[in-house]
Design a protein around this ligand. Sequence first.
Ligand SMILES: C[S@@+](CC[C@H](N)C(=O)[O-])C[C@H]1O[C@@H](n2cnc3c(N)ncnc32)[C@H](O)[C@@H]1O
Length: 316
Amino acid sequence: MIRASGMVTPAQGFLIWVGSKRSALPRIVPFLPPELPAGQITRYAEPFLGAGWMFFYLIFWYEFEAVFLSDLNPDLILTYITIRDAVDELIERVRGIERELFSCSDRAGRKKLFIKTRGEYNWARRGFDYSRFGASWVERAAQFVFLNRRSYRGKYQVNKQGNFCSCFLDRGRQGKAPLVKPPNLYAVSDALAGVELRSGDFTLCRDFVNDHTFVYLDPPYLGFKKHKCGVLYAYRLFDESEQLRVARYFRLLDGLGARLMLSNADTFPVGPEGNFFDVIYSDFRIERVMIRQSFNASVGEDYPPEPELLIMNYGL
Ligand SMILES: C[S@@+](CC[C@H](N)C(=O)[O-])C[C@H]1O[C@@H](n2cnc3c(N)ncnc32)[C@H](O)[C@@H]1O
């Protein structure tokens, strides 16, 4: 049985991730399937994991026999696996980077450390063995955490060569915002015990899903464009054809009898009538909730609430 046992407070996402459901969760939770509190759901899958806020919520409140988490980003998944299997070593290494960062006398020094680490991180990607856990995973996961916690708005941008290319952002007074909170990383490690973590396309969870499974799908938003440096998450843009692929997969999982919830921004009208999602999910339940998303605001601005679509195959 998988449950973050003995935890008084839930584990929380430790990454700054564009599209994270951190602040949106209270609006989404009322729409979770009623079979969850009834104990009829025993399996959970989340194929667009990102910072994993839904997973951390569910694992605190419910018990599952099996959990399957995945994301296209291999370094994100490597970091989760490292936290699950080697949390002490990771904390020690992140603390080392933190000491180096905090010893820089000014912003220019901190930016130089960010750029140097980014270069090493991209260089090490060539020929990196993602198939077998080893000491190099701890170093890479620590770099991933540092680069994420000091990237401009936590954007994971990738260029044509597949290299991480996000810009530096100083955080905290004199750049001294901590990179991680160790008690939370221990809670994350507990929450991940026994969980299957895989890197790859969202279609990976097909064999895991059955009629006792709840699947939460949170694909990238349609409105993201190519920027000078690269594209958010992965170089291939998540365009209309990708959204259609998700809709086909949603139908396939529906046919397996799973309970499904999908969220997506309703802020980028597409299709001739601007009702792309209403059309492609016309035979499912569609609700709209207002949430705040950081990518729509300038730094320091209060984010205006935007409509988010929740698409479900239950409660019809
Ligand atoms: C909106 S974010 C998910 C945010 C997450 N729910 C949270 O609370 O942080 C979308 C995620 O989808 C991942 N992604 C992009 N394309 C994908 C694909 N084809 N298959 C699986 N994951 C993909 C990205 O790496 C990103 O982490």
